[in-house]
Design a protein around this ligand. Structure first.
Ligand SMILES: [Zn+2]
Length: 555
């Protein structure tokens, strides 16, 4: 049996049986769990989100301080280094690209007339890592969502010729008839880019739907792009940026004004195009215009660390299998000031997630009985720049990646109010659903469905780097069922996403309910324990889309 502390016992009763919380906790769990410390979660969060760490941008001094802190904590808890050379770190090489806005141009030609779009107002140019300059001059073809999905019987490119042309497509949109997670996969930039290249296009030009404008307003796009910290790609051994080894030269994104100019005097105007796409029946057609697009960009090399720490399993055979917990350390760094504050502290996103995971690591390390499988704690860099630290680890694993049975990712623990539920994004794809339900009922939570299916969260956090390696993976978070009378936790969260998320306001002044974070940490502990002790290895559901796409050949 694990240690029982009297203090915890009484706290557990207060926490779990009192009217402000959800269901009852399993008495075995209550008795066998090392005391979870809300104050430790608060203390880690306050350190990592302090102004002194300057928003933990990858490669910055603040990020180095953060990973040193996490390494020190892991070592003090008794975790072993499982990074490069048996240490705690894995160094990730990056190139950072900052677009030279004045030298980046977009000319739209219609017959004899040319219109110059204005950088920042009409268009932006993300992702200029391949070279310090580039250009494309070509005809434009509108390809709707830009999706080719044979297993869904769907192809936006059918009957279109985009060879040597620029494919115009909707940013982060895909056929609404698809299952939400499948829809999110096909909506992703990475898929659309590869598909455009596979069809012979030399550029991809993105337009934005009104729904996307609500989700991420243009001002937010500009703000994030101008924070150079976000504009990264990891470098392959040959020194080339990863993910850009195809024929695409340019991939700009248009604001509404730019998109209006694009579709002016065409067979269908912008509003008709957007309305049809929203209904799931996009027109696809060659535009009468062509575009000449040029960019200049400044490059610099950056290094930043992942932290990898291990608790070895107790079973002589199963210890070579791993349950992988992950959380990203980085945030946006220093950027455009909002109300006089320019430090993007990332307190909830994701100092809080790291803090919760540190407490879970401590609990495992302090338990006298270790689970059979090993537990790997991975604190990654450059999530905000596109899941890069996790993608690098998945591509350069310091343990055999085929031996990772599951990934549990923690990102943005938004305990704004006490809740009685947890959410496990993506658990419907694998046996992890059962593990989540078991751990939730052991720790007095219910499991709620994804409250934001339209946001495609399944493809937007670090666990997706492991899905692509065929590993059953989930993102877990506190839920949306408030236990405070009259408080609507979902409304609070939605409000938070619009007013605080990715702004300098996500700092230590956020009203985090650390008791709820601690209850969530207890859930994570039992989730990890359950997966690590299960007689069966976690597996994808039969015929699951992601299992079939990425896990064929895995045992
Ligand atoms: Zn974030």
């Amino acid at each position: 049996m694990k240690k029982l502390l009297l203090a915890f016992w009484s706290a557990a009763i207060l926490l779990v049986i009192g009217p402000t919380t959800g269901g009852a906790i399993d008495p075995v769990v209550a008795q066998s769990t090392e005391r979870i410390r809300p104050e430790a979660i608060r203390a880690h969060t306050e350190f990592l989100a302090d102004d002194l760490l300057e928003g933990r941008s990858p490669g910055s001094r603040g990020h180095k301080l953060a990973v040193n802190y996490i390494r020190a904590q892991c070592e003090a808890f008794g975790l072993r280094g499982a990074g490069e050379g048996g240490g705690y770190f894995q160094k990730v090489p990056f190139v950072r690209a900052i677009v030279e806005e004045k030298e980046t141009t977009f000319e739209l030609k219609a017959g004899d007339s040319t219109r110059s779009l204005v950088y920042g107002t009409d268009f932006v140019m993300p992702d200029t890592h391949r070279d310090t300059e580039g250009s494309a001059s070509a005809e434009l073809v509108y390809v709707g969502y830009g999706v080719t999905a044979p297993e869904q019987g769907y192809d936006d490119y059918a009957g279109l010729d985009v060879k040597g042309k620029i494919a115009v497509t909707l940013w982060f949109e895909s056929p609404p008839s698809f299952d939400p997670a499948v829809r999110a996969y096909y909506a992703g930039h990475e898929f659309k880019r590869a598909n455009a290249a596979a069809h012979g296009a030399i550029g991809a030009l993105y337009i934005r739907s009104p729904a996307m404008e609500t989700l991420l307003p243009w001002a937010g796009v500009l703000r994030e792009l101008r924070i150079g910290g976000l504009s990264l790609r990891w470098l392959q051994a040959n020194g080339r940026p990863n993910g850009l080894d195809d024929a695409l030269e340019v991939f700009p994104m248009l604001n509404r004004s730019g998109a209006e100019a694009l579709f002016a005097n065409e067979k269908w105007g912008l509003d008709e195009v957007l309305a049809a796409a929203q209904k799931g029946t996009p027109q696809r057609f060659a535009l009468s215009k062509s575009a000449t697009i040029k960019f200049h960009s400044r490059h610099e090399k950056v290094e930043s660390d992942n932290v990898v720490a291990l608790i070895e399993g107790s079973d002589p055979v199963l210890k070579d299998e791993y349950v992988l917990f992950s959380a990203h350390v980085d945030h946006l760094g220093i950027g455009d000031p909002v109300d006089g504050d320019s430090i993007y502290n990332g307190s909830v996103d994701n100092a809080g997630g790291c803090a919760v995971l540190l407490e879970v690591a401590r609990l495992f390390a302090a338990s006298p009985e270790r689970p059979k499988r090993s537990l790997l704690f991975l604190f990654v860099t450059a999530e905000e720049a596109g899941l890069l630290g996790s993608d690098y680890f998945a591509s350069h694993p310091t343990i055999p990646i085929g031996q990772v049975v599951a990934n549990i990712n923690v990102d943005g623990v938004t305990s704004l109010t006490p809740v009685s539920d947890v959410i496990a994004y993506g658990s419907e794809h694998s046996s992890l659903r059962t593990a989540v339900e078991r751990a939730a009922s052991q720790t007095g939570f219910t499991v709620s469905p994804d409250p934001f299916p339209e946001e495609g969260i399944f493809v937007r956090t670090d666990h997706f780097s492991f899905v692509k390696k065929g590993i059953p993976s989930i993102l877990v978070n506190v839920g949306v069922k408030s236990t405070e009378p009259g408080v609507d936790a979902l409304a609070l969260l939605k409000q938070w996403m619009v007013t605080i998320y990715h702004s300098p306001k996500d700092d230590v002044s956020q009203p985090i309910h650390y008791e709820t974070s601690a209850r969530f940490a207890r859930f994570l502990f039992w989730l990890g324990e359950g997966i690590a002790m299960d007689s069966e290895r976690a597996h994808w559901n039969d015929n699951d889309f992601f299992g079939k796409k990425f896990a064929s050949g895995r045992r």
